[in-house]
Design a protein around this ligand. Sequence first.
Ligand SMILES: [Fe+2]
Length: 247
Amino acid sequence: MNRRDFLTRTSTVALAASLAPALSQLSAATAISAPTAGHTYPFAVTPLPYDYAALEPHIDAATMKLHHDKHHAAYVTNLNAALKDHPTLHGLTIEQLLRQFDSVPAAIQPAVRNHGGGHINHEFFWQIMRPVGTEGSGGKPGEKLAAAIIADFGSLEKLQTEFNAASLKVFGSGWAFLVRDAATGKLKITTKPNQDSDLFQTNQTCLLACDVWEHAYYLNYQNRRADYLKAWWNVVAWDIASRRFVA
Ligand SMILES: [Fe+2]
């Protein structure tokens, strides 16, 4: 599937509408393509929507290439292998598979949880980052999201401090998320171990996701997760998070 086919295919997924304004304002080289969240078996890794080196100096090219082309790809390969002999599941999106996890055959539940979670987490992770210097990257949240952050955390700086502290407490490998609770409208920071995800639940909207597995930062930052987290905020695509907040 070439890039044109990919963009056409992904134009119908649920998040595309919220990303469209950003797409129209970016050059082809840095266009943020829509996530593949609506895809079904066989799942595929979305091409990285920017160059491997585009997030430097904050995230280095070698890490991005290994992370996207090897780690993420392995989750998808293993997810597809687990689903291969279960055709009744082939019409389900990754969100549906994870939401209906109890109906997934027990024999493949660990694979769906780990590799399916790895797939959905990484698909969002690539999208919620943006090359420095392009619209949204390293900037500030939109007006409504900024007001919510002040209301719920006190300031953007306090949110970042709390988010980084939560991320540092993740033992071993996992993820940190900023989500908006659908019932209360409140923002909250969550963490999940391994490849568990906060991206598929219907009672909340995920605004940010940060990969705190060592494979996300070890080549450049070695064991210094705190330095990686501090740098990561420079490439957060705030415009996408802000659009998801008001969607
Ligand atoms: Fe990762």
